[in-house]
Ligand binder design. Structure first.
Ligand code: C2O
Ligand code: CU
Ligand code: CU
Length: 565
């Protein structure tokens, strides 16, 4: 009770302070450029609130990490030194690189060791980021403040008249929120009560009266932010997660979800002496289904920013720099997107609530393909150079930002309609709304490796940690070596097959997914089901030998060969 009272007084004071414009200056993360980088992850502390310092985590600093600036085509070497008292991993979110360099849950860095990945930067100019990805510890380690921006530059982006003076007219904005306890320490919680912009509470920044570029990153544990300016001015989206849009897209609101990046331009030319606020208009979000729209203050998801409008950054516009950009370019680049007709297969991924899945989890967890993440199971074998449509169907009541490693994709449809103009670019995170279907297309052109998987998951760190994740390898893995020992639980008939292949599983095994694979390991056909026995229509298969791989609700696979007549 006493704590609550204290808290309310603190809230009241914060409100009063805001009206007296008691802001804190936005921090701009340091930059590191070149081709060799040292990142040291540490437990440290930071003066975020007045009074007690907060125990935090940082790379080379107190909270968050340096912005790494890379050129497309460079080979970068990174030494990740782990000085935390825990194992960690560092994932290069959005990078196209070999799975073993990816920094997912498999590339663990034990305390007091160094991990040194390297790769050739192959991504388009844009805003990317790095963050911990240890399985079941992503929320905890991201909550400490571990993360950093990556800015990639290339010749296409460099040729455009865009603001690119870092910290002056090109400003990275890391959006997150935290809950503090009475001693100013972070609570591990999906939603915070306090907005932190680049780690700063009630942030303000002096900007020149010209075109400004903000690199927005939703680095929150869970929250989405419905971005807009306090005078409802139009701003222009110029990039999606993986690089430039063809043309800038004018908006007054932009909903950004966990893991996503958008670069926006806002024209402050001639506005010296004015102020404007960049805000989250989250009162406009539905009270169910979009993270941050919920309107309650108690329970594990309770918070004081839910369904509210709140400030992200107070901008104080001063004199122009004299060399600044004064107009927003319309045409930016010419992307060559992947035609839907080039897909050789559609992979169906389901998102559902785990409620009612026997023996799995409590009522708050969400799952992919009806089972929890299992680090020892490869969910998909993606044949090398496959172009695939991933069709993600959310049958649950909550929307999720779906992220895939390795590739940048093009969104083909959102519930049957084309993606809005500001999402018609390369992306690696896409929000899948409750009860909707989202389809994207991607090409898995290289980095074949049958041992090291890439991840796909919900970017809400809590959901990911709870098991809303899967993994795939790229390459033509031989089908016959997988889980042969389990096959006594599986009956197949008739064999040879003429039209349909029937399977029947031992008691208690429910199959959710069936794959037909040829002797080269190429996936030919997939079936989504939910049965202990079923019949798969295969009359399209030419004569020959094949494998069927059945996957059950727990992610276990059962493989057998059969002959097609
Ligand atoms: Cu940004 Cu798999 O993560
Ligand atoms: Cu990623
Ligand atoms: Cu989720």
């Amino acid at each position: 009770m006493r704590f609550r009272l204290h808290f309310l007084i603190a809230l009241f004071c914060m409100g009063a302070a805001t009206s007296h414009a008691q802001y804190n200056t936005l921090r701009i993360p340091d930059t590191l450029a070149g081709t060799t980088f040292d990142l040291t992850a540490r437990d440290t502390f930071d003066q975020i609130l007045t009074g007690n310092q907060t125990v935090t985590g940082g790379y080379n600093g107190n909270f968050w990490g340096p912005t790494l600036i890379w050129n497309k085509g460079d080979v970068v070497h990174i030494n990740v030194h782990n000085r935390l008292n825990d194992t960690t991993t560092v994932h290069w979110h959005g990078m196209h690189l070999a799975a073993i360099m990816d920094g997912g849950p498999h590339q663990t860095v034990p305390p007091f060791t160094t991990w040194s990945p390297y790769w050739k930067v192959d991504n388009n100019a844009g805003t990317y980021w790095y963050h911990p990805h240890l399985h079941m510890k992503a929320e905890e380690q991201m909550n400490m403040g571990l993360g950093g921006f990556i800015i990639i530059r290339d010749s296409v982006e460099s040729a455009l008249a865009l603001p690119r003076t870092y910290g002056v007219d090109d400003i990275p904005l890391m959006l997150t929120d935290r809950k503090f306890d009475a001693l100013n320490q972070f609570t591990i919680a999906p939603y915070g009560d306090t907005m932190l912009t680049n780690g700063v509470v009630r942030a303000q920044y002096n900007v020149p009266a010209q075109v400004l570029r903000f690199r927005l990153l939703d680095a929150a544990i869970e929250r989405s932010y419905n971005i807009g300016f306090s005078d409802n001015r139009t701003f222009y989206v110029i990039t999606t997660d993986g690089g430039l849009l063809d043309t800038s897209v004018g908006l007054t609101r932009l909903l950004i979800h966990a893991g996503e990046r958008y670069e926006i331009l806002v024209n402050c030319t001639g506005q010296s002496g004015t102020t404007v606020d960049l805000k989250a208009y989250n009162s406009a979000l539905p009270t169910a289904g979009v993270a941050g729209g919920e309107n309650f203050t108690t329970g594990p998801f309770g918070n004081y920013l839910g369904h509210k409008d709140f400030n992200i950054l107070h901008l104080v516009v001063g004199a122009a720099t004299g060399t600044g950009v004064t107009s927003v370019p319309h045409s930016l680049t010419t992307n060559t997107f992947i035609p839907a007709s080039s897909a050789v297969l559609t992979r169906n991924v389901s998102i559902s609530d785990s409620t009612g899945v026997p023996g799995i989890l409590g009522p708050n967890a969400f799952i992919l393909n009806h089972h929890l993440f299992n680090i020892n199971t490869i969910d998909y074998h993606v044949p090398l150079d496959n172009t695939e449509i991933w069709s993600i169907t959310n049958t649950g009541n909550f929307g999720h930002p779906f992220h895939i490693h390795d590739v940048e994709f093009n969104v083909l449809s959102i519930n049957g309609s084309p993606a809005p103009a500001y999402q018609q670019g390369w992306k690696d995170v896409i929000f899948v709304p409750a009860h909707q279907n989202v389809q994207f297309i991607a090409r898995f052109a290289d980095y074949s490796d049958s041992l090291h998987p890439y991840m796909f998951h919900c970017h809400i760190a809590l959901h990911e940690d709870e098991g809303m994740m899967g993994q795939f390898v790229v390459g033509n893995a031989p089908a016959g070596i997988m889980n042969i020992a389990q096959n006594s639980k599986m009956k197949l008939y008739p064999n040879p097959v003429t039209n349909a292949l029937n399977f029947e599983m031992a008691d208690g095994i429910t199959i959710t997914h069936a794959a037909i694979i040829n002797t080269h390991g190429q996936l030919l056909k997939e079936f989504e089901l939910s049965d202990a026995k079923a019949s798969l229509a295969l009359s399209f298969l030419p004569y020959g030998m094949y494998f069927v791989r059945l996957t059950d609700t727990h992610g276990a696979s059962y493989i057998k060969s059969f002959i097609m007549e």
